[in-house]
Design a protein around this ligand. Structure first.
Ligand SMILES: [Zn+2]
Length: 292
């Protein structure tokens, strides 16, 4: 079965053609400019393919509830040109195949649960820490709720080193404290240029671990996957493991060794979103069969 997937991001749309097993056969990267230009290029790419369904893993906020009249539209976003763009509707009309949309991070959680490092777990929290911070949760189905989770914006205490955070809405939310730009604001240089021994990493790891403890207490995931550009700093993992174990403080049954296998990197690497989009496409076909 040939499926289409789009990882729609703020700087690029990664379009893939692949199989129901999540194998990527073809890929095209299209820059995110204005909706008309970008979506026309997307339609041109998929127009030449015979895909049976399309999955869209989108940046947010995006309306992901099929029961809602604006399902499939980008909502109010700092990327003003894209606000209120009915991205799902436009692509579905143009390509004439079933299509489904979800957040990029929910798609990544789905992909990691089906094909990645949470394949042996019943539930999976996927958190990306990069230019922004966002999270998705899969527990047999993807978590939506009133809109969809915005895990990057949970509020955390300031004061670990006096840094107040840079989120324009909240200051000291998780994204305001540990996103790439937040780390840069704290250290005075780009995250990739900061040495491993710099004490800022201890503060970052401690803050990420605090966020993860909160998610653990609320959602009880069986596995936590940490992706995104900041997590390319592999030395963060052991620091986060130690801080998570210490902050849980024996309240939940974790051994130190279990924590190492509980909080892991994405098995699909940077392809988690694209493979997730293919898994979403597959889901849309399975949903249709169930309704019939
Ligand atoms: Zn925030």
């Amino acid at each position: 079965m040939i499926l289409g997937g789009i990882e729609a991001g703020g700087t690029k749309f990664v379009c893939v053609v692949g199989t129901e097993k999540g194998e990527i056969l073809e890929r095209k990267v299209i820059p995110t400019t204005d909706p008309e230009e970008t979506l026309n290029a997307v339609i041109e790419f998929f127009g030449g393919q015979s895909i049976e369904a399309l999955g869209i893993a989108s940046f947010g906020p995006v309306a992901v509830d099929p029961a809602h009249p604006n399902y499939g539209s980008i909502l109010k976003t700092p990327k003003l040109a894209w606000a209120d763009t009915p991205i799902l509707h436009i692509l579905q009309e143009a390509l004439g195949c079933p299509a489904v949309i979800d957040t990029d991070v929910n798609a990544a959680a789905l992909a990691e649960a089906k094909k990645g490092n949470a394949w042996d777990a019943k539930s999976c929290l996927y958190l990306t820490i990069g230019t922004g911070v966002g999270g998705g949760f899969y527990n047999g189905e993807l978590l939506h709720g009133r809109l969809h989770p915005e895990m990057g914006h949970i509020l955390l205490p300031t004061g670990l080193d006096g840094f107040k955070g840079i989120c324009p809405f909240h200051g000291n939310c998780l994204e305001g404290l540990v996103s790439g730009p937040a780390i840069e604001a704290q250290a005075g240089k780009k995250a990739e240029l900061i040495e491993e021994e710099d004490p800022v990493w201890d503060v970052v790891a401690e803050t990420i671990a605090m966020g993860l403890v909160n998610f653990q207490m609320i959602l009880s995931p069986e596995r936590i996957i940490l992706g995104g550009g900041v997590m390319h700093q592999c030395h963060l993992f052991p620091r986060i493991h130690r801080a998570f174990y210490r902050l849980i403080n024996g309240y939940l049954p974790f051994t130190e060794d279990q924590v190492k296998h509980h909080i892991v990197y994405p098995g699909l690497g940077d392809d988690a979103g694209s493979v997730g989009a293919l898994m979403l496409a597959l889901n849309s076909l399975e949903d249709k069969r169930r309704v019939r």
